[in-house]
Design a protein around this ligand. Structure first.
Ligand code: NAP
Length: 244
């Protein structure tokens, strides 16, 4: 029986992915900043552990407690939507700290066991905004594009140890808590000079019917984890697939 460790399982894609692997008889280590066992079905194959990807001690403790795993899914992430002029450097650091450095930190903690066992899969969840740029997402896009570049280089480094690395690129998913969780980061609102641009971006989103469901992402992560012939970049969701 295989074991997957997933970051950011309190909601959205991480929660759905944890459910998806549980339903397919995997052992699931669902990690969350604040553990809530009750968001997932009861199972003796489920462990819920605390893990904040920005806290080195928390990363170390979670990976030590988890023990041997077969697949790591770096899903935890945060968003910010505004013009660059409206984003403080503190917020930019927070976004990179979670999305980019958090992914690197958890990967680094898991790698020794993968390398020694000469097996393992790392799946990094980035975004379809790295396939087609959108305005007001410069900082967020940069944080995810960095993960794409990191992942594609790392894959070459780890080939010799039979460790596979993949990217899952979801499209826009209004069903998750992503937008709501990003709101505190744009408390000052979008700067007035960009209000017209923002209106046209929001109007475009309101019109587009193709979106990504959490289930699309769980399926893409499953494919990345189980299919060695899967491509490096796997688009998830109708909108992302159209862009790819
Ligand atoms: N929704 C979209 O439109 C969309 C599109 C493309 C890509 N993505 C990416 O998909 C991933 C999942 O997003 P989602 O849509 O499922 O959003 P979500 O519902 O907000 O879920 C994000 C998860 O990440 C966790 N998280 C945030 N900061 C963390 C930290 N420092 N340490 C550990 N966990 C942390 C959150 O935990 P808390 O509950 O503790 O905050 C939450 O469980 C993210 O990487 C996101 O960038 C989202």
């Amino acid at each position: 029986m295989k074991t997957v460790l997933i970051t950011g399982c309190s909601s959205g894609f991480g929660l759905e992915t944890a459910r998806y692997f549980l339903e397919r008889d995997w052992k699931v280590i669902a990690t969350m900043r604040t553990p809530h066992e009750d968001v997932l079905p009861r199972s003796d194959r489920l462990r819920v552990l605390a893990l904040d990807v920005t806290d080195p001690e928390s990363v170390r403790k979670a990976v030590d407690t988890a023990g041997p795993i077969d697949v790591l899914v770096n899903n935890a992430g945060i968003g910010v939507l505004s013009a660059l002029e409206g984003i403080s450097m503190e917020t930019a650091r927070e976004v990179f700290g979670t999305n980019t450095l958090g992914t690197m930190a958890v990967t680094q903690a898991v790698l020794p066991q993968f390398r020694q066992r000469k097996s393992g899969v790392i799946v990094n969840v980035t975004s379809s905004v790295t396939l087609k740029s959108l305005p007001l997402l410069s900082v967020y896009t940069a944080s995810k594009a960095a993960v794409n570049a990191f992942t594609e280089s790392l894959a070459l480094e780890l080939q010799q140890f039979n460790v596979r690395v993949r990217l899952v690129l979801p499209g826009r998913a209004p069903e998750t808590r992503f937008g709501e969780n990003a709101r505190p980061r744009i408390q000052g609102g979008i700067p007035e000079a960009y209000a017209g641009l923002a209106q046209s971006v929001f109007a475009g989103w309101a019109q587009s019917s193709a979106v990504t469901r959490a289930l699309d992402v769980a399926e893409a992560v499953w494919r990345a984890a189980n299919d060695p012939s899967s491509p490096m970049r796997i688009a998830a969701g109708a909108d992302a697939v159209a862009l790819a």
